[in-house]
Design a protein around this ligand. Structure first.
Ligand code: ARG
Length: 268
């Protein structure tokens, strides 16, 4: 099957102030040292790859004291140029919401909503064609799903996460094209697994090993799929389906529970 890449506009945030100083997910161990220089180099390589593939990468200024701000995916949800701001679950990250929203306002986005309910941006909202999949269970309040549906005017399907290591939807499911996804069933409730099966009967299913290295925290432009290079099983499956998987090393950022997709906000 021949696949075409669609050029995207992406927003990223340099991990200048990246560190693990608190723990809000099971990956984060503040007593383990973090090599900030290595994190920056790995991030620069990811940015270089995006540019090399023809994507336009915008950057937002990192704010001192916000070590998780590198995870741009959590900064907002942008669909059809409309921006749903993020409102974080944990106090350690709350200041990131306004910091990201400010970037959108300064960059000429006019339809910007400061949300009523907690939602962690594209960490929990993933767009598949003209539909939106929405995670809940750990971070995003399920009441936010109705708010997003009303704001974007697109159908929003709620999915409930149950495994604390997969606390955001983008750690358990990745969108590959306008009609295809890959996911890790065990990260979801039985009901949500059934919904996913109904919506995507041909989905790529991730093994325990691939899910455990955050292989689903991937970005796809419809042809190239950037994902953690240790997700070898997924890389093989994607090749078989005609995608061009590209293994990336962002191991330093994984210490905070984030990988490729977390560093990437799609400006749709
Ligand atoms: N340390 C961050 C947190 O727990 C990691 C966020 C990862 N981002 C993502 N889109 N999954 O909130």
């Amino acid at each position: 099957m021949f696949r075409t890449a669609k050029p995207h506009r992406l927003l990223m945030c340099r991990p200048q102030h990246f560190d693990v100083v608190y723990s809000i997910n099971p990956w984060m161990a503040p007593e383990k040292p973090v090599d900030n220089g290595l994190a920056v180099r790995q991030w620069e390589e990811l940015r270089r790859l995006y540019t090399h593939l023809g994507h336009a990468v915008e950057v937002v200024d990192p704010v001192p004291g916000l070590p998780d701000m590198v995870f741009a995916a959590n900064g907002a949800t942008v669909v059809d140029g409309k921006v749903l701001g993020a409102r974080f679950r944990h106090v350690e990250r709350t200041a990131e919401g306004p910091a990201y929203l400010d970037w959108f306002v300064r960059n000429g986005y006019e339809d910007v909503l400061w949300p009523e309910f907690i939602n962690e941006g594209e960490g929990d909202y993933l767009t598949v064609g003209r539909r939106i999949l929405a995670g809940t269970g750990f971070r995003t309040d399920s009441r936010s799903h109705a708010e997003a549906q009303e704001f974007f005017g697109l159908p929003v399907t709620g999915l409930t996460l149950v495994n604390p290591r997969h606390y955001h939807l983008d750690t358990a499911l990745a969108v590959l094209s306008d009609t295809e996804v890959m996911y890790y069933p065990a990260a979801f409730t039985t009901g949500s697994q059934a919904v996913l099966k109904e919506m995507f009967p041909d989905a790529v299913i991730a093994s325990d090993d691939d899910a455990a290295v955050f292989g689903l925290n991937a970005f796809s432009d419809g042809r190239n799929v950037l994902l953690p290079k240790s997700a070898t099983g997924l890389i093989l499956q994607l090749e078989k389906r005609g995608f061009s998987p590209i293994g990336v090393d962002v191991s330093e950022l994984l210490k905070a529970g984030g990988s490729v997709k977390c560093c990437t906000l799609v400006l749709r």
